[in-house]
Design a protein. Sequence first.
Length: 383
Amino acid sequence: MLFKEIPGNIKVKKQLVRAIKNKRISHAQLFSGNSGSAKLALAFAYARYLNCDNKSREDSCGKCPSCIKYNTLSHPDLHLIFPVLKVGGAKVVVSDNFVNVWRDFILKNVYESLNSWIDTFGTENKTGEKGVIYKDEAISINKKVTLKNFEAPYRVVLIWMPEQMNTEASNKVLKLFEEPPIGTIFLLVSERPNILLSTITSRLQKTQIHDFRIEDMIDFFKKDNLSVERIKQLRNLTDADLGKMIQLIEEGIEDGELFNNFSLWMRLTYKMDVANISKWVDSISAMGRKYQKLLLSYAIKMIRECLIFNFANKALLKTNEKEAAFISKFAPFIHENNSVIIIEELEKAIKSINRNANAKILLFELSLQIIKGLKVKRKFVIN
C-alpha cells in the first residue's frame, strides 16, 4: 500500500512522511479511526516508507526489494498480529497460524472490518466470538523481538485491533512498549482505543484518522465508473465505511434491493400478514448470512432515520428519494416507546446469525417481535 493509493488524508500523509524525514520516529504508535477508515492502509504505507530503499519526497518507490515484499505483506521484518479464534481444539493460538488467510483477506480489501474477518472462520465460530489476541501472542512477540532484524533498518510489529487483547496479553506487551529493542517499531491500529489499558495508551504516539469525505470517495471509485449519486447512496447506507462500500459493489448488492426487502417486511409485519411473512423469511433465508446481517443493519439504520424524522432536523436525514417517501409514512409508527425495543431485537438477531442460528426460525421470530413492537402505542404525539 502506497500513500498515493489511499484516498484523501492529505494532512496525515504529510505528517507521517515528515516524521520519518526528520527522524522523529516513535517506537510505539497508535492509528485510530472508525470502521472503514484509512487507519490500516496508512499504517502499512508508513511501515513501507520507513523501510523503503529509495524513498521519494512523498512516497515509497514501490520497486525496491523491500517494497516488493510489502506488496504481499510478506516482508520478513513485518510481523502481523490480529484477533483469532481457538478452533480445532488448539491450545496455543497465535496470528502466525492464520497469517496467510489474513494477508489474502486484507490484500483484497484493506478497509475491511473485524466482523468480516471473523466471518471467514465460518461454522468454526460456533459461539459467535469476536476474536481475541491471547497471551500466547504476547509470548510470541517477545520471542520475535529478541532476534536480530532480518534485513530492514526497522522491524515493524503491526497489531490490528489491539482492543481485542485479553488482560494477560495486554500486561505482557506493556513492558515491550516501555522499552522496545532498538530498531523495533510497534504500530497499533484500533477502532476503540478508549478500551485499551491507560498504561498502554499513555506510551503511544497517537494519530487520529478521520472518515473519508465524499470527495475522496468519488475520486476513489472513478475506476469503477460509479455515478456520484450511487456513491452518495452507498456512503449513507454504510455510514461512510469504505470497506463495506467496496464489499457491496463487489457482491453486486444494490441499496434499492435492501430498501425493497425492508419496506416489504415492514408492511407485512404491520398488516400481521403471517402467510406472506413466512414467504419473505424463506426468500431472505436463501440469501446467505452476509446478506441477512446487511439487511438487519440496514433495518436499524432506517429505524434511526425514522427517529430523526420524528424528533430532529429533517435536514439530518441520510436517505434517497424512495427512502424519504417511505419514512414519511412509516415514521409515525416508530417512536420513543418502541424504537429501542425494535432496535434491540434487530441487534440480537445479528448476534444470533454470527452464532450460526437457523435463519428461518430466527427471522420468523424476529418478525413476530417487530409486529409486537409496532403495536406499542405512543404516549404523546409529535405535531
